[in-house]
Design a protein around this ligand. Structure first.
Ligand code: PRX
Length: 635
């Protein structure tokens, strides 16, 4: 694999220029030299940006699990593929070699087949961070089923919406999951969801907590006895390059969540290549990404990217603060982790604790540290760099999205000089462009604009499940001929990119994407609520927190506002999940609106941020007087 790694800045520029001039040739060479194919492609790329159609490695045949597992067996069969570190530090870690991974995935694949799952069927996976989560994902890929992992922090309603959107046939879950001192009743949540999800024929249950659960006869089965009976070898389905690999839901600014669809060959080539380069992974290294597999980071850089490179990847079940704020550092010391990849929100929450929590641990195994999910502020960057990386490990700030499949802008360690708060330079094959409001490209450096990508790369999502028009409208219409990320960015004097944040109505809270409209819809369902508007405001740990402005109906039902605020948050928790709860709720008599009835969120944002006077031009409002009232009563 070493043939495709970049080792110097000079080489980076050379490779980058080549990759932009001749992208097809560039990706074909990487695909040719580093993977196992049943059949190679007829054409590297066919695409139409307007129609948002992308075919990478046309007519090639492969199975991604052959590349993740089987081809490592001869040379690395006895090396660890997965290290599982449980929530409770007293529970022994579990180690799975590549040979064992092959057996586990094969058994799971055989069970799925026996339960009637076929190529193209959708399988929902709603599991805590246990090894079975990785086995399930890979087993689906093995048999050509499309996995749809739903983060185990989502509520039963959110789960049902996701199951129904892609009509999953089977769901894999657990009796419960551990999270610090808490236990999450996963099976109970699934039971609730399934009342509304008729497409599910079978529920397979992993035993994790041993808690009491209901098992519905004919529908629910414990997984372990089935695995015990299943053969430990399996045939890998022959997949077309563009056969779907997985669906992963992400929030949009409006409407229901978007089921981003990724396909097989392009995603494989892209995640493998970016993993190798962004983490400078060397054989024998222990790599740890703390992201839950329920998010794209966990898909691409806990499972696929590392395993495609024959790496050892750590799966961590717990949270950074349990049993103490040293847990991350304890795990790094225990497993001698070489590459560590986490989110700014985790860094900020740990940085506010006593320095001893990190100082007392040996972190000298670390070589590279990474950040993902939201902009990393200067203070967090320095704390991470100084106390975790010891000013010795390059800190890679990696910008990407569920839609991009893999990292698109990032420093390459020991190659690209890092700069605090800057994601820095595009990876090979990626041509970022900044666009202004008039849809013109902003040329030159020291510029700020809407961040787009000009040419397709292999990891780009192929569609939104069941709604290709929405895919076109969301990503390819605003700036015709280009992929629009929804983020703003600044390009500095040397061409480094700094992501300034979302330019749409998506708010990133603790690294999680939340659309404002879907949350507002939930609030508006409350019987006392007439309308509402949500904005983000800066928060020390979460990056952004949610501030809700709520107008009540004239029913007199709302006298106890504190209780009402609690009820609203409970509703959000039930319908979406606890991550979408509002930090602040202000009851107001009206919202600032333009003559066309549009809520002026710009003003609400300023109020939420604590601005008291400078609201800009408010003369276009039909109710300018409301601004002062809302500002005066800010909570
Ligand atoms: O706003 C950007 C932010 O996270 C969004 C994508 O979220 P999601 O699809 O959930 O994927 C998260 C993990 C890849 C982006 O539109 N974001 C992600 N990484 C960064 C970031 N913002 C700034 N800097 C980053 N490194």
């Amino acid at each position: 694999m070493s043939s495709y790694s970049i080792k110097s800045l000079e080489q980076y520029f050379k490779v980058y220029r080549k990759s932009i001039r001749k992208p097809k040739k560039f990706w074909a060479k990487i695909a040719e030299n580093n993977f196992t194919w049943y059949r190679k492609w007829d054409k590297v790329l066919e695409f139409d940006m307007e129609k948002a159609e992308f075919i990478w490695f046309k007519n090639a045949k492969l199975n991604i699990t052959k590349n993740c597992i089987d081809r490592h067996l001869a040379n690395r069969g006895d090396e660890n593929a997965i290290i599982f570190e449980p929530n409770d530090p007293d529970e022994p870690a579990r180690y799975y070699t590549y040979s064992q991974l092959y057996a586990e995935v094969s058994k799971m694949a055989n069970v799925l087949r026996e339960q009637g799952v076929q190529k193209g069927d959708r399988v929902c996976i709603y599991l805590p961070m246990v090894p079975e989560l990785a086995f399930s994902v890979l087993a689906c890929a093995r048999i050509g089923a499309i996995h749809s992992v739903v983060f185990a922090g989502f509520s039963s309603n959110a789960l049902a919406t996701r199951i129904n959107d892609c009509t999953c046939k089977l769901i894999i879950t657990a009796d419960g999951g551990y999270r610090g001192t808490k236990t999450i009743d996963l099976k109970r949540i699934v039971d609730e969801a399934l009342v509304k999800s008729p497409s599910i024929e079978r529920v397979l249950v992993v035993k994790r907590t041993g808690q009491e659960i209901d098992m519905k006869e004919g529908r629910d089965r414990w997984l372990q006895p089935l695995l015990d009976e299943a053969p430990a070898t399996s045939m890998a389905e022959v997949m077309d390059a563009e056969d779907p690999l997985f669906i992963l839901y992400t929030s949009g600014s409006t409407g229901k969540p978007k089921g981003m669809l990724h396909t097989t060959a392009g995603y494989m080539v892209y995640t493998a290549y970016t993993f190798k380069n962004v983490f400078n992974y060397m054989p024998g290294d222990i790599y740890w990404c703390t992201a839950d597999i329920g998010w794209v980071t966990g898909h691409s850089y806990t499972i696929y990217g590392p395993l495609l490179n024959g790496a050892t990847t750590v799966i961590f079940e717990g949270i950074p603060s349990y049993p103490t704020h040293s847990r991350f550092w304890e795990v790094i010391q225990k497993h001698r982790v070489n590459q560590f990849y986490t989110a700014p929100t985790a860094i900020r929450s740990l940085a506010k604790e006593k320095i001893e929590y990190v100082r007392d641990y040996r972190l000298d195994s670390l070589k590279v540290i990474g950040s993902v999910g939201e902009p990393i502020n200067e203070e967090a960057w320095h704390w991470y760099n100084d106390h975790v990386g010891n000013k010795r490990c390059p800190l890679v700030d990696t910008w990407w999205q569920t839609e991009t499949g893999g990292i698109v802008i990032s420093a390459i360690p020991f190659v690209t000089p890092t700069k605090p708060t800057y994601a820095s330079l595009p990876l090979p094959g990626i041509k970022p462009v900044l666009m202004d409001e008039l849809r013109n490209e902003i040329e030159g450096n020291q510029q700020i604009g809407n961040l787009c990508i000009e040419y397709p790369w292999p990891g780009i999502a192929r569609t939104i499940w069941g709604d290709h028009q929405r895919f076109i409208d969301t990503y390819f219409k605003t700036f015709p001929g280009k992929y629009f990320s929804g983020d703003g960015a600044l390009r500095d004097e040397v061409g480094y990119y700094r992501i300034t944040g979302r330019v749409d109505d998506v708010i990133i809270v603790s690294g999680h994407n939340l659309g404002t409209a879907p949350i507002e819809d939930v609030i508006n369902e409350h019987q006392t609520v007439a309308e509402s508007a949500i904005v983000g405001y800066p928060h020390d740990i979460k990056g952004n927190a949610l501030y809700g402005f709520v107008v009540l109906k004239e029913t007199g039902l709302w006298r106890d506002r504190q209780n009402l605020a609690k009820e609203i948050n409970q509703l959000i928790s039930d319908q979406i999940g606890a991550i979408a709860k509002l930090d602040k709720i202000q009851f107001v008599t009206g919202l600032p609106k333009t003559r066309s009835g549009k809520i002026m969120r710009r003003i609400l944002r300023k109020i939420a941020e604590g601005e008291q006077s400078d609201f800009g031009d408010i003369t276009t409002l039909v109710n300018p007087e409301i601004v002062e009232e809302i500002s005066r009563e800010r909570v």
